[in-house]
Design a protein around this ligand. Structure first.
Ligand SMILES: Nc1c(C(=O)O)ncn1[C@@H]1O[C@H](COP(=O)(O)O)[C@@H](O)[C@H]1O
Length: 161
């Protein structure tokens, strides 16, 4: 299977959050690779990853990080492959630190920033699938079916638990 999506994260500790992006891509039959890449701790790895992203066939990068979350923005500065940022929740500041670090990019180097935490990671998977579906009719049908199934699962009336 092709791997058009790169899921990168600043630390192993981000994986419990970022695997929700991977789960969505699995459900939709989208190939991906998952890697630990840190702007702070492994800057050479980040550099190589960004430099080779286009030639390796990556079409979307999902980048998750917490705290001083520079990874998504630095990756966006290194490659024109669209970067979707996921702010990982932190203990000290609840992920608002991650959110602001990812969101406030200077003009010229955008990062499409999702919500904090696992829901943001899942939405990053859906966003990546939506981008790829623009040029992949079979994936577009799978994504439409996924969305319909979610909609169908929502009850009309609330129940007493
Ligand atoms: N924000 C970054 C970057 C980066 O942006 O390059 N590299 C690691 N980190 C973050 O540090 C947090 C704590 O990491 P550890 O749990 O390894 O101490 C993680 O959420 C990671 O994303």
């Amino acid at each position: 299977m092709d791997k058009p999506v790169g899921i990168i994260m600043g630390s192993q500790s981000d994986w419990p959050t970022m695997k929700d992006a991977a789960t969505i891509l699995d459900e939709l039959g989208v190939g991906y690779e998952a890697r630990i890449v840190s702007a702070h701790r492994t800057p050479d790895r980040l550099w190589d990853y960004g430099k080779t992203a286009v030639e390796r066939g990556l079409r979307v990068i999902i980048a998750g990080a917490g705290g001083a979350a520079h990874l998504p923005g630095m990756m966006a500065s290194k490659t024109r492959v669209p970067v979707i940022g996921v702010p990982v929740q932190t203990r000290a500041l609840s992920g608002v630190d991650s959110l602001y670090s990812i969101l406030q990019m200077p003009k010229g180097y955008p990062v499409a920033t999702m919500a904090i935490g696992a829901a943001g990671a899942a939405n990053a998977g859906l966003m990546a699938a939506g981008i790829l579906a623009l040029s992949d009719p079979a994936l577009a049908r799978r994504l439409d079916a996924w969305r319909q199934a979610l909609s169908d699962s929502i009850p009309e009336e609330p129940r007493d638990d």
